[in-house]
Design a protein. Structure first.
Length: 277
């Protein structure tokens, strides 16, 4: 077992809540001035200050790593006319910013998964048949495309719910789409890893035969601690090998950081920026 650095914090979904992030970093800095951070995705959108949030995380340099979430990918797609903005989106400020291209280029180079100190970090979920090492390898397949010359072409093919089940023989855009959907959208799946994307609320909304991805028996990532966000209605989850950090900042909940060495929580209460529905 690898010892965990005493200054490493994971931070849940921000969604453009810049002032809450400033307050959280201030509180962390008061006790751990040399802190480093891993943000579990959804840096932007729906909150009031997505541009300032993105600039702040980027300015942290080597102190911070940030994962791609579904809202971050939505920003990249919207910037190239592939996705229309929704009425609840708050991305115009980024799209009209003078440093827009620098920020988007930085964003598309963020990872979809990280493994550090026996913790596997991702935005949404991991399919039960994927080991930690396979998860990283599959994430890198998508990362290589997003960082390559044809990344906009891939964004045009990225959206859709098919295929719903992983198969090692998948190829091309079907393979990449399945990886993206698992890592950035997954909440419920069956024991064989079939994904379902309509249910977004608590466990009680799952269709028969579907479970939260982390409750599937014999999940192959049980030998590491998985740290994720994405599921605000589930709220804070702290289990021996599982840390869920989306505590609904944008909905008027809390913004949460956890020091991984001892599970110490740092939380700030957040003003409501969006209402459900």
């Amino acid at each position: 077992m690898t010892s965990i650095s005493s200054n490493l914090f994971a931070i849940g979904d921000l969604q453009g809540c810049h002032q809450s992030l400033l307050e959280l970093l201030k509180r962390v800095d008061a006790t751990t001035p040399d802190a480093h951070f891993i943000f579990v995705g959804d840096l932007v959108n729906r909150g009031p200050q997505s541009l300032a949030t993105l600039r702040l995380i980027r300015s942290l340099g080597d102190r911070a790593q940030a994962l791609l979430g579904n809202h971050d990918l939505h920003l990249l797609a919207a910037a190239h006319g592939i996705r229309k903005l929704h009425k609840s989106d708050t991305l115009d400020e980024i799209l009209n910013a003078p440093d827009r291209e620098e920020l988007l280029d930085w964003l598309r180079h963020r990872p979809l998964a990280l493994l550090q100190q026996d913790h596997l970090f991702l935005h949404a979920g991991v399919l039960p048949q994927w080991s930690a090492s396979q998860t990283l390898a599959l994430a890198q397949e998508v990362e290589n495309v997003l960082r390559g010359p044809h990344w906009v072409d891939f964004l045009r093919e990225m959206y859709g719910n098919q295929p719903t089940r992983w198969n090692d023989a998948l190829q091309g855009n079907d393979r990449l789409r399945c990886i993206v959907n698992a890592l950035t959208r997954l909440r419920f799946c069956t024991e064989d890893g079939t994904m379902e994307f309509n249910a977004k609320e608590s466990v009680g909304t799952a269709l028969p035969g579907y479970l939260p991805w982390f409750d599937v028996p014999h999940r192959q990532t049980q030998d590491v601690t998985v740290v994720y966000g994405h599921w605000s209605t589930m709220g804070l989850v702290l289990r021996p090998n599982l840390i869920g950090l989306d505590t609904g900042c944008v909905w008027g909940g809390k913004l949460t950081a956890v020091r991984l060495a001892d599970r110490q929580l740092v939380q700030v209460s957040c003003p409501q920026a969006q209402r459900p529905g």
